[in-house]
Design a protein around this ligand. Structure first.
Ligand code: PHE
Length: 460
């Protein structure tokens, strides 16, 4: 077997894992999903999923990964259940699909760094034209994919660990400063209220579905990212505190992103919160507008800093997305890491082309819903979000937990989680896990998954 990498320290692992979790999902996805899902009520449901249900899934993934020391597919073989490795294969497929559209958006963000540097704040009015210019945005996406492949080809500890340790804190400082700025703008409070005061009349099934998909996506769960990363950590680490730290960081940054963007929406809309694009274009339209308000070179610098840090946040995520299929072919097909990284990223880039074209360039991919019977999506990118984020991830997560509890057996899971955690035997968290993991969690997730599929794809 090829030599496997390892994280150089516990902090390195946490930084890389939190780097995987924190990304476009928090800063681009969460605010727009919250905006579309009724604001604070979406946030509440999302928090419930993150802590009550996704956190045990993360622990399960880490335990499977550390115990087996293998990739998302090989882990099932190593634990002696080859028949169940289809769960890992579903994960590899999810990773490939997610990265294919994720890279397109990362490419936009990358291009925006240069637009901001050039002081092109007017781009707010021509975002559609920007995404339609596929040679430019496709080129930025290609560069982004090359960076991702390069880092993954170098292995876990050398590249990504180091970058994550420096850049993540910088991003947080940057966002906190923007929050302070935003809070003093007129009508900021209208946005904050929408984001923090739940309106229970807005609670419906689609809010629950989207919040669940968003929780899995944002925490990088359900596709074996944490099986793979878990395979690089050592036996001394406490999985529970690690998972808790990763979850808190991820949720914290999503909330910070909301606190940053909703006051701005309040301001830009004059307090009505309407007439402001709330879809995927949100951070690409509302934020540059504000940078334009700051104006001049200060606006350029803030804009440039924001989008470059966003790119780094995205990069630590794309690296983990690529790592899942790469670790799979490296372990199972004995391919060299370098070859695997370049080959996989090439394939993923090609699969991403319909997502690239579906934002204005190609009518077919931009109005994909008129060709496939999907009621809630509009373009190809959104279609992949529905399939991969909202369906495959929760499905994968529920299957993994089911596998751990009933096939691998819950005593084994319990024993692996106990390693590195003194006092685990009598802890509250152990009782909670024993309560949710056997049936509640897999059943809940599965039922909700089934409903998502019925509603999204069959229009019930
Ligand atoms: N969690 C990442 C984000 O929020 C995306 C991601 C999903 C990364 C799944 C890895 C696996 O941007």
């Amino acid at each position: 077997m090829a030599v496997r990498g390892n994280f150089s320290s516990k902090l390195g692992f946490i930084a890389a894992a939190a780097g995987s979790a924190v990304g476009l999902g928090n800063i681009w996805g969460f605010p727009y999903e919250a905006g579309a899902g009724g604001g604070a009520i979406f946030v509440l449901v999302y928090l419930f999923f993150c802590f009550a249900l996704c956190f045990p899934v993360m622990l399960t993934e880490l335990a499977i990964g550390r115990k087996s020391g293998r990739n998302a597919v090989g882990a099932f073989n190593a634990l002696g259940h080859r028949k169940w490795n289809f769960i890992g294969k579903l994960g590899v497929l999810s990773g490939v699909l997610i990265l294919s559209f994720y890279n397109v958006i990362a490419g936009w963000a990358f291009g925006y760094t240069f637009e901001m540097a050039a002081g092109n704040f007017a781009i707010t009015e021509s975002f559609r034209a920007y995404t339609t210019d596929i040679f430019a945005v496709g080129g930025y996406g290609l560069m982004f994919m090359i960076c991702t492949a390069f880092i993954v080809s170098k292995g876990v500890s050398a590249g990504i660990e180091k970058a994550a340790k420096i850049l993540m804190p910088l991003l947080i400082v940057m966002m906190l400063s923007l929050i302070i700025y935003a809070l003093f703008l007129p009508n900021a409070m209208a946005g904050i209220k929408f984001f923090l005061l739940p309106d229970f009349t807005k609670l419906n099934l689609s809010v629950v579905f989207n919040a669940m998909g968003q929780a899995f996506f944002s925490l990088s769960l359900g596709m074996g990212t944490f099986i793979t990363y878990g395979s690089y950590i050592n036996k001394k680490d406490n999985l529970v505190t690690s998972a808790a730290l990763i979850t808190l960081t991820d949720v914290g940054i999503a909330i910070i992103a909301g606190l940053m963007i909703f006051p701005l929406i309040g301001f830009v809309s004059g307090g009505t919160l309407s007439g402001v694009g709330r879809g995927p274009e949100l951070i690409f339209v509302t934020l540059p507008y504000i940078f334009g308000e700051i104006g001049g070179s200060a606006g350029s610098i803030v804009g440039m800093a924001f989008f470059s840090l966003l790119c780094f946040a995205a990069l630590t995520s794309t690296v983990s997305l690529l790592e899942v299929p790469v670790a799979y072919v490296v372990d199972e097909f004995k391919m060299s890491r370098k070859k695997a990284a370049w080959l996989m990223s090439g394939i993923v880039y090609l699969i991403g082309i319909p997502s690239l074209l579906g934002n204005g360039y190609s009518a077919y991919f931009s109005e994909f819903i008129t060709y496939v019977n999907v009621t809630t999506s509009t373009d190809f990118l959104n279609f992949i979000v529905n399939v991969a984020n909202d369906s495959f991830l929760p499905l994968g997560g529920s299957l993994m937990v089911f596998f751990a509890a009933h096939i691998w057996k819950k005593q084994n899971l319990d024993a692996e989680i106990a390693i590195g955690f003194e006092g685990y035997q009598d802890s509250f968290i152990r009782k909670y896990l024993q309560f949710v993991i056997p049936f509640l969690l897999p059943a809940t997730l599965f039922i909700i998954f089934a409903m998502i599929v019925l509603v999204t794809f069959f229009g019930f």
